[in-house]
Design a protein around this ligand. Structure first.
Ligand SMILES: [Zn+2]
Length: 413
């Protein structure tokens, strides 16, 4: 596909991505736009202005979401929502979320310029606080419009003691009017989100764009192994109850179980580990560590979990350890709509793209939307799979190809 055949406006999209990266800029390429901060507000105002210039009716709702609407031939038909988020991590990059919002705006602006009137209304949305780093709980805006906020969420404080309620009011929202900003069940027909991959697969396969098959469900466990402390110089090897040796074997077991089918997207990680008493000449008595296991196939994940638990039992027996396993999170995978994926497949072929299909390990706004309507996602290649880091990078050419596919998906929705 050559750039001459593009429908969307590459220069406009590129200019906006660069302009937004100036708001909350840190270092050369990084941004810090924490949810509901002054920088976030400025970014939301900027994109709102672009939406209005494009001809959309734009508003900021009581959850802090920015929503720009294009009317359809049937104004009461279920809405097609397209978007992502523009808040960032404290030491974040320029593309995470941003390309999904600005790409969606570019798609709708192109439709307006070509006098294409959609059947259903289209809403371009920048959801508030996807990242969750300020109040330690994310996907706020998207859960808000779906009526899925939890007890006590407004009382959560940031590290300066500011509650989410205070931050929302400061932002110009009114938490007593949340109901007005909620969407009725069935009023959203579908959600489309373009996002940088945040992983290395597209780059390794040398393709600019991927069609997402679903968001994998993580299983999070905390494991505690308890043995017996003793002097590292005197207790013979055969008499030890070394909890760290047990933990090491469990880590290897998880790694091997998660890698046994190289064609499967299963991933298993121990990312955090504490040793007690953590001294060089004492045999470790207690070790606690986390397990993060993800797969798009829940049955395969269940089998791996069962095998892991069996191996933990054997390892603890061999080393004379006690074991406690706590389940912290157990989310099911959420599959993308086959219908939307088919539109993406057909349109890719038409415009000369050959995307691969892959699952998403990280969460996105789409995860929450998947409980309200059908959803589809497009991934754009990013350099070395880096994200949540100023080094995050995607080329404008790849972003444009993703946006072009988004455009053709929307107009054929
Ligand atoms: Zn994101």
């Amino acid at each position: 596909m050559t750039l001459q055949t593009l429908s969307i406006n590459k220069e406009r999209l590129e200019k906006r991505i660069h302009e937004l990266a100036e708001i909350g800029k840190i270092s050369d390429t990084g941004v810090c736009r924490l949810a509901l901060s002054k920088e976030d507000r400025k970014a939301v105002e900027t994109v709102k202005r672009w939406m209005e210039e494009a001809g959309l009716t734009a508003r900021i709702d009581h959850f802090g979401n920015l929503i720009g609407r294009l009317e359809g031939k049937s104004p009461d038909a279920p809405i097609l929502m397209v978007g992502s988020h523009i808040d960032s991590q404290p030491y974040g990059g320029r593309f995470d979320g941003v390309i999904g919002v600005l790409g969606a705006l570019e798609v709708v602006q192109t439709m307006l310029e070509k006098n294409i009137v959609p059947d259903t209304p289209i809403e371009v949305v920048a959801f508030c606080d996807e990242e969750g780093c300020r109040f330690n709980k994310g996907l706020f805006g998207v859960r808000g419009i779906l009526g899925k906020l939890e007890e006590g969420e407004l009382e959560r404080k940031d590290k300066n003691g500011v509650t989410r309620r205070e931050a929302l009011i400061e932002f110009g929202c009114d938490p007593t009017k949340f109901k007005e900003s909620e969407y009725n069940e069935g009023s959203i027909g579908a959600f489309l989100e373009m996002h940088i991959e945040q992983g290395p697969i597209l780059e390794a396969k040398d393709v600019p764009v991927g069609i997402v098959t679903g968001i994998s469900g993580p299983l999070w466990l905390s494991v505690e192994l308890e043995g017996f402390a003793g002097h590292a110089g005197s207790v013979p090897m055969s008499m030890r109850q070394d909890a760290l040796v047990g933990a090491a074997k469990v880590i290897v077991a998880l790694n091997e179980l998660s890698s046994q089918d190289p064609s499967a997207p299963t991933v298993g990680t121990v990312g955090s580990l504490q040793v007690f008493p953590d001294s060089r000449n004492i045999i470790p008595e207690k070790v606690t560590f986390t397990v993060d296991l993800r797969d798009i196939d829940i049955n395969r994940r269940h089998v791996i979990e069962a095998n892991l638990r069996k191996q933990i039992k054997e390892i603890t027996k061999t080393h004379g350890l006690q074991c406690t396993i706590t389940e912290d999170t157990n989310s099911e995978p959420r599959y993308c709509s086959e219908r939307l994926m088919n539109i993406m497949r057909q349109q890719s072929a038409k415009i000369g793209l050959s995307p691969i299909e892959l699952m998403s390990g990280p969460f996105h706004d789409s995860l929450s939307m998947s409980y309200a309507c059908e959803y589809g996602m497009i991934f754009v290649r990013c350099k070395d799979g880096i994200s949540h880091n100023p080094k995050e990078f995607s080329t404008i050419e790849d972003i444009v190809l993703g946006t072009e596919l988004l455009y053709h998906t929307v107009i054929n929705y």
